[in-house]
Every structure is written in C-alpha cells, then in structure tokens.
Design a protein around this ligand. Structure first.
Ligand code: CP
Ligand code: NVA
Length: 312
C-alpha cells in the first residue's frame, strides 16, 4: 500500500486512528501547504470537487479556515446548519448522509456525539472530516502540533501543560501527545476528569513511546518547566453549568505568575475562543509568549492537508 492509500477515501474522525508516521506525514504536507501559500503558488489540486459542511454548533475558525482551504484547493463548499435542513424536521442522519454522498466528495461535520459523526461515516463512501464533536477535535489537534513543531523544532520530549475543560480539545491533544512522544499534564480541579477511554488510550500510548500522560489537580506540577502552556475555556459549547465550572476552575488560570513556572521560552497556546480573565489573562494572550494567532492560522494549512490527503 502506498502512503497515499493510507488516507485516500478514509474518514478523519479521531487522531486515535493514526500512527506516528502518518501524523508526521500530515504535518509535513501541512507545512508544505503553508509554504505554497506564502510563496503564492497556486494549489488548486482538487478543482471541481465539492464538500458539504454541516455545523450543528457555533464556529469562527473551523468554518472560515475550511472554507478558505476549500477555495484555495479549487473546490466548492456547501455550508448548512441543521435548522435549514430536513434534519430539523426529523429526517434521519443515515438518509441525509446517503444523499449528501451522491452530491459531494466529502463532508466536514461539527456535531455533538462522536456516534453521530460515526453514523455519517457509516452511510457515506466519501470521507467524513470531524470538525469537532463533544469527544474530539482532531483538526485542532493537528494544527496545535504543527504550531508546536514550528516553534520548538520538534514534538518528541516536549512538556505540554493543559488547563481548561477536559473535553474535545483536551482529548485530541492527549491522543496526539501520546502518539507523538510528548509529555502532557492535564491540570484539572478534583472531581473533573478527561474521558476514561481517551485517558486509557493516551496513558498506554505514552507508556509505549516512553512519555508521560498525567492528569493532576496540581497546577504547579503541570506548569513547572513546561515547553507549552495550553489553555481552553472551562465552559464548552453545550454546557449549561457555566457558573459551577467558573467556580471550580477559577484557580486554574494562565497568568503572568503561573506562566513563570514554565520554561523561560515556553509558548502559550489556546484553541480559541478564549475568555480573558477566566482561563487566561489578557497579558498572557497578548504577551510575547503567545502563539495563538499562528495556531489559528495553522488550522487552515492542516485542514488543507486533510482535504488533499483524504478526498479522492
Ligand atoms: N478552535 C475552534 O475550533 O474554533 P471555532 O469554534 O471558532 O471553530
Ligand atoms: N472545548 C471548546 C472548544 C471550542 C473550539 C468547546 O467545545 O466549546
């Protein structure tokens, strides 16, 4: 099987499906797309192809980065929210999926349950690309790893400290870190934990590759000598217990003081949208260690790689 065949026509639902050399390849292709864009080289490799985009949750970065990537690759996208589709009137996912499959060469899907993304994938021959579920955000994970590799020159052996909701973004970072040989410390208040299945995967893969995957309530342990300090909101889309979360997570903030625990040349990352004064301060996101704008930009380059590799 050629390397290309590992991706063509497959779904991109979670980073758990991919091995170290495959993720490295996706990052290399992403870096090449970034170079092509910088050099203003046309790269309309998928001219004439079409992609459906169904978004059941809000989005700024994912929607615009995919639509820009799709345009640069010469494709067309059709964006819809379920409220304007027959989905809102009870049409089953499996019927929607089979019909879209007849028109389009792929689907970019933002939804709630990972099982919904899996159902689309089951009923579509063309690739389903996960643009965020409650469980995972693999496109974010890829862009995060590209940003770390650019800024630090490597992934293997980096120490990543995470604060915020131990959910989709955290899960994809845990999976990516464990596969790529990074140490990751998830700092969460007592009683809040990442998903068990994801944690088991990440702990086992980290152990196989000789790295650490630690979930702790000790922020100092997590941040000390970190190469990357990563923040995410405490209240993800769909969560109703916002006030309870704000209270529980209040001490888990990236600010000038906690940032000083990390290495002097540590970078600050955030998937965004971010809430200044909650999970991080304005001084950190606007400060010299912040890599968040590159991270946001890299969404577009990594998604281009995913589209080019997966769409047939
Ligand atoms: N990081 C991210 O996925 O942002 P959006 O919700 O704006 O797409
Ligand atoms: N955890 C956040 C990520 C947003 C990109 C959410 O699900 O809302």
């Amino acid at each position: 099987m050629s390397f290309k065949d590992r991706f063509q026509g497959k779904d991109f639902l979670t980073l758990m499906d991919w091995r170290k050399e495959e993720i490295t390849y996706m990052l290399d292709v992403s870096a090449d797309f970034k170079r092509q864009r910088m050099m203003k080289e046309p790269h309309e490799y998928l001219r004439g192809r079409t992609v459906a985009m169904i978004f059941e949750k809000h989005s700024t970065r994912t929607r615009f980065s995919f639509q820009a990537a799709i345009a640069h690759l010469g494709m067309q996208s059709f964006y819809a929210t379920p409220d304007v589709m027959q989905l809102a009137r009870g049409e089953p996912v499996k019927d929607t999926a089979r019909i879209i499959d007849r028109y389009c060469d792929g689907l970019v899907l933002r939804t709630y349950g990972q099982n919904i993304a899996e159902e689309y994938a089951e009923y579509m021959d063309s690739p389903v690309i996960n643009a965020l579920t409650d469980l995972t955000h693999p496109c974010q994970g890829l862009a995060d790893m590209l940003t770390m590799r650019e800024r630090k020159g490597r992934l293997q052996g980096l120490k990543v400290a995470y604060v915020g909701d131990p959910w989709n973004v955290c899960h994809s970072l845990m999976v990516g870190s464990s596969i790529m040989g990074m140490d990751m410390y998830v700092a969460v208040p007592k009683g809040w934990k990442p998903n068990e299945k994801i944690t088991k995967f990440a702990v086992e893969h980290a152990a196989d590759g000789g790295s650490q995957m630690i979930v702790t309530d000790d922020l100092e342990e997590a941040f000390t000598e970190a190469d990357v300090v990563y923040a995410n909101t405490y209240h993800s889309m769909g969560h109703k217990d916002i006030e309870e979360r704000k209270k529980a997570f209040a001490k888990y903030q990236v600010n000038d003081e906690t940032m000083r625990l990390a290495k002097r040349d540590a970078i600050f990352m955030h998937c965004l949208p971010g809430y200044r004064g909650e999970e991080m301060t304005d001084s950190v996101i606007e400060g010299p260690q912040s890599a968040v704008w590159d991270e946001g930009e890299n969404r577009m380059h990594t998604e281009k790689a995913v589209l080019a590799l997966f769409i047939q």
